[in-house]
Ligand binder design. Structure first.
Ligand code: NAD
Length: 336
C-alpha cells in the first residue's frame, strides 16, 4: 500500500474508534463527553471519506449501523422490524438535494406530499400491543436489539396500557419518542442541585437516563412524556391506511398521543415553510426539538424508495443549526 492509502486507512480507523467511543458514552452511559455538533462533524467527515472510498467501508463502521448495542441490566429484545435512524440535512440546500433525489428515484416531476413532524429530542422506543394490551416496551438500542423496559414504560402516563377499541388487533407495534418536558427537566435539575445529585446536560439525557433505570419507581417520579410517530409490526387483522399521516390518525384513535404539530405539506417549499415557522416558535414549545422530520406521505412511494444502511430513503431530519446546541451543552454540562 502507498503512504497515502496507509494514511487514509489510519484516518478512517481513528474516526471510527472515536465515534464508537462517543456512541458508547451517549447511548449506553447516557453521558456524552462532546457536544452533538462535534460528534456530527466527525460523523460527516467519516461519511464523506467513506463515500469517496466505498471499498474501504467496513461492516462495523458507525455509518453502517444505528446507535450502540446496550450492555445494561435489562433483558434483550430483538426487533423483528429493525428500528432505523434518520439521515440529516443541515441546511435548506441539503433539503433541496434530498427532495431532488426522491423525485429522481421515483421519476416523478410533480410535487411530493410530505408529512412534517417536530424532531423530538428524546429516545426512540417500541411499544407492542397484543390483543389491545401493552405487553412489551423496548428501547431502539442498536436498531436490531434493544432493552426490555416494559416496567418503566408502564409508569409513563401518556402511554396507554390498553388500546381504546373493542376490536383490538392481535398485534400492533407503535413507535415513538420518550422525552421530557422542559418544565420537568428544570424541576429535576433543580432538585439535583439541591441534593448534590448529578445534573443532566439536557432534556434528552434526562429522558434517556430516567427511562433506563433498573428501578421503575425512579422512572415513575421523572414525569416522562411520549408521542407516537410511526407504526411497526401489525397483524393482518388490522387494515393500515395507505398514507403515513392517516396511520398516525389511526393510532391516535386507539389512544396513542401524537404531536399536534404534525402537518401534511406540498413539496419542498412546504417543508421549508414548516421549518421556518416551527424554528421561530421553538422556544415557546413545551419540549425541546432539534429539527424537523420530513417523511414522504404515501406508503406506496415509501416502499418504492426503500432503505439504505441505517436510514430510510423516504425521510430526512432537517436539523436546527448546531451553534445553539453547543451553547446549550456548554452552559450546563461542562460546568458541572
Ligand atoms: P437522530 O437523533 O439524528 O435521528 C433519529 C431519531 O430521531 C430516531 O431514532 C427517533 O428517536 C428520533 N425522532 C424524533 N422525532 C421523530 C419523528 N417525528 N419521527 C421519527 N423519528 C424521530 O439519530 P440518532 O441515530 O438517534 O442519533 C444521532 C445523533 O445523536 C447525532 O446526530 C448526534 O447529534 C447525537 N449523538 C451525539 C453523541 C455525542 O457524543 N454528543 C453521540 C452519539 C449521537
Amino acid at each position: 500500500m502507498t503512504n497515502k492509502a496507509d494514511n487514509l486507512v489510519q484516518e478512517l480507523e481513528r474516526l471510527r474508534s472515536l465515534i464508537n467511543n462517543y456512541n458508547y458514552q451517549y447511548y449506553v452511559l447516557d453521558d456524552p463527553s462532546v457536544p452533538d455538533a462535534e460528534y456530527d462533524r466527525l460523523y460527516r467527515e467519516l461519511s464523506k471519506l467513506e463515500s469517496e472510498h466505498p471499498d474501504l467501508i467496513t461492516e462495523d463502521s458507525p455509518t453502517q449501523r444505528v446507535g450502540a448495542k446496550p450492555d445494561t441490566g435489562f433483558a434483550e429484545v430483538v426487533h423483528e422490524l429493525p428500528m432505523l435512524s434518520l439521515d440529516n440535512a443541515m441546511d435548506s440546500d441539503e433539503m433541496k438535494s434530498f427532495n431532488r433525489r426522491v423525485k429522481e428515484r421515483l421519476a416523478q416531476s410533480e410535487n411530493i406530499e410530505y408529512v412534517c413532524e417536530p424532531k423530538l429530542d428524546g429516545l426512540a422506543i417500541s411499544l407492542l400491543y397484543e390483543n389491545g394490551l401493552l405487553t412489551r416496551a423496548a428501547t431502539r438500542g442498536d436498531g436490531s436489539q434493544g432493552e426490555n423496559i416494559t416496567l418503566n414504560a408502564r409508569t409513563i402516563r401518556p402511554i396507554p396500557l390498553k388500546l381504546r377499541t373493542n376490536n383490538p388487533p392481535q398485534r400492533l407495534e407503535v413507535r415513538g419518542e420518550v422525552f421530557m418536558l422542559k418544565s420537568a427537566f428544570e424541576a429535576i435539575n433543580e432538585e439535583a442541585r439541591n441534593t448534590g445529585a448529578k445534573v443532566f446536560a439536557n432534556p434528552r439525557n434526562a429522558a434517556a437516563g430516567s427511562l433506563r433505570q433498573l428501578d421503575p419507581q425512579i422512572t415513575a417520579k421523572r414525569n416522562l412524556s411520549f408521542y407516537a410517530y410511526s407504526v411497526g409490526l401489525v397483524s393482518d387483522d388490522f387494515k393500515l391506511a395507505d398514507k403515513h399521516y392517516d396511520r398516525l390518525e389511526q393510532i391516535k384513535e386507539l389512544g396513542l398521543p401524537v404531536s399536534s404539530e404534525v402537518k401534511v405539506v406540498e413539496g419542498i417549499s412546504g417543508c421549508l415553510e414548516y421549518y421556518e415557522d416551527i424554528a421561530e416558535r421553538r422556544d415557546s414549545l413545551e419540549y425541546e426539538i432539534d429539527g424537523v422530520v420530513n417523511k414522504v406521505n404515501s406508503i406506496a412511494l415509501q416502499d418504492r424508495l426503500g432503505f439504505v444502511a441505517r436510514a430510510p430513503r423516504w425521510a430526512i431530519a432537517h436539523k436546527f443549526p448546531a451553534q445553539e446546541e453547543i451553547t446549550q451543552l456548554l452552559g450546563v454540562d461542562f460546568q458541572v
